[in-house]
Design a protein around this ligand. Structure first.
Ligand SMILES: Nc1ncnc2c1ncn2[C@@H]1O[C@H](COP(=O)(O)OP(=O)(O)O)[C@@H](O)[C@H]1O
Ligand SMILES: [Mg+2]
Length: 425
């Protein structure tokens, strides 16, 4: 079973549990198994199944399952005109992940902020105080629940610093590994665009990641805020603005050979910078949007150059080899959700994949149609679209039409975000 298919529910209990860690045992604490040749093989490419049309959904619920309805991403048959590709079946295969972690030149267990405990995950629930190592953390509230983990807000009682606890069963050391690669490979000036994990606590049956808190909600929350307003959806200038930011972020990640593999509106968070920033420049890095949840990410540097995957993840039901395409699909789905306030569905017309978008009175219908066409119709792994040129087209439209409108539209959104934050407390 691939890691993506796991859904975890964690019962919440209220109690104080002090636990202290065993000293880390190098190399022996993460379950590791030898590389299985069966998890990596060459194979014939199955043909895409007939697209199945399901109903769209009007109310956006966070997170997951609903966002992945009736999807299939087209790619041309393998090998056509492309350099010989190495095919790997499932990049999330548990044995493959264990094997990759066991072969790291610097084992995770040698990092001082990767702490292994010889006990089960402590109960964690709002109002509890938990002791981890030196610090005492008060659990404030549940921030969100994804398909894999429950995320809590916590406060360090010594420093008053607020943070998140991402609690996941079984343990997910991979997200910590990807985080360490972001630290090593990203320029410091763009590091804040991605989730920052301070430390990982690995227990026998689960993990707790301590990380940075973004306290202005998700992009999905922002989409939903407009449903109660006369606009009903995010105004076009802001959609284009956020799209420019998103393209920039994913470009940075792909530049360091990391595929996020779970791009969607509830994995983009708005942080404090979003409230403060007044610049709408396309290269401005203080926009306050951060991409979180790198638990399913793929480090392409751990595979031979040109590796493509054949696992059927929800986006790639066609079974054609893919690598970065899953993120293009994620960007398309996220932008679609901002434009329409509903989840994207795609269908195939002839050999062309289209969204169910109907652009009534949208001043940029041609731009968006081409945008979705580009992201959904990637010919093969060696003909990937250029995110930078997509971004610069959108950025030109933004500057030519909306530079004077953006500040007031953003101020209105900031007020909505602050009001909903107050209401949550
Ligand atoms: N750093 C964070 N700051 C604030 N909220 C967060 C943070 N990380 C996660 N969340 C909330 O928790 C939800 C689930 O977190 P996520 O890391 O995406 O878990 P999963 O791997 O289960 O999808 C997010 O959609 C968001 O609402
Ligand atoms: Mg998530």
């Amino acid at each position: 079973m691939s890691a993506r298919q796991r859904t975890v529910g964690i019962p919440l209990e209220t109690m104080d549990i002090p636990v202290s860690p065993e000293p880390p045992k190098f190399g022996s604490d993460v379950t590791m198994s030898p590389f299985q040749s069966s998890s990596k093989f060459r194979m014939d490419i199955p043909m895409s199944p007939a697209p199945e049309v399901r109903n769209g959904m009007d109310i956006l619920m966070s997170p997951d399952q609903g966002s992945k309805v009736n999807m299939d991403v087209p790619m041309s048959p393998a090998g056509q005109g492309a350099a010989a590709v190495e095919l790997v079946s499932d990049p999330w295969d548990e044995e493959l992940i264990s094997s990759l972690l066991s072969k790291l030149s610097t084992p995770l267990t040698s990092q001082p902020n990767f702490i292994t405990w010889q006990c089960k995950v402590p109960s964690i629930a709002p109002k509890m105080t938990i002791k981890m190592g030196k610090g005492s953390l008060r659990v404030d509230c549940v921030l969100g629940q994804g398909a894999f983990a429950t995320v809590y807000q916590a406060t360090d009682l010594n420093t008053s610093e607020k943070m998140i606890l991402k609690v996941q069963k079984p343990a997910n050391p991979w997200e910590f590994y990807i985080n360490s690669q972001l630290n090593a490979r990203l320029q410091p000036s763009v590091r804040h665009l991605f989730n920052n994990i301070h430390s990982a606590h690995l227990f026998q049956n689960g993990s707790v990641l301590l990380g940075e808190l973004y306290n202005c909600g998700t992009l999905l929350n922002a989409v939903n805020l407009y449903k109660n307003l006369s606009d009903k959806v995010i105004p076009q200038p802001l959609v284009i603005y956020f799209t420019v930011c998103i393209l920039h972020m994913v470009e940075q990640l792909h530049n360091i050979h990391i595929v996020h593999a779970d791009i969607k509106p509830d994995n983009f968070l708005l942080g404090e910078r979003f409230l403060e920033n007044k610049s709408f420049d396309q290269d401005n890095l203080d926009h306050g949007l951060s991409l979180i949840d790198l638990g399913q990410s793929i480090d392409m540097t751990l595979f031979p150059e040109g590796t493509a995957f054949t696992a059927k993840c929800t986006e790639m039901q066609s079974g054609r080899p893919w690598n970065y395409q899953t993120d293009y699909f994620g960007i398309a789905g996220t932008v679609y959700c901002m434009i329409f306030g509903t989840y994207m569905q795609v269908t195939q017309e002839g050999s062309v994949w289209k969204t169910n978008a109907v652009f009534r009175r949208n001043p940029h219908s041609d731009l968006w149609t081409e945008f979705f066409h580009t992201l959904l119709n990637v010919p093969d792994c060696s003909s990937l679209p250029c995110l930078r040129s997509l971004r610069s087209r959108l950025s030109t439209v933004l500057q030519q039409n909306y530079s004077n409108k953006l500040p007031s539209l953003k101020t209105r959104l900031v007020i909505q975000v602050l009001e909903s934050r107050t209401a949550r407390r």
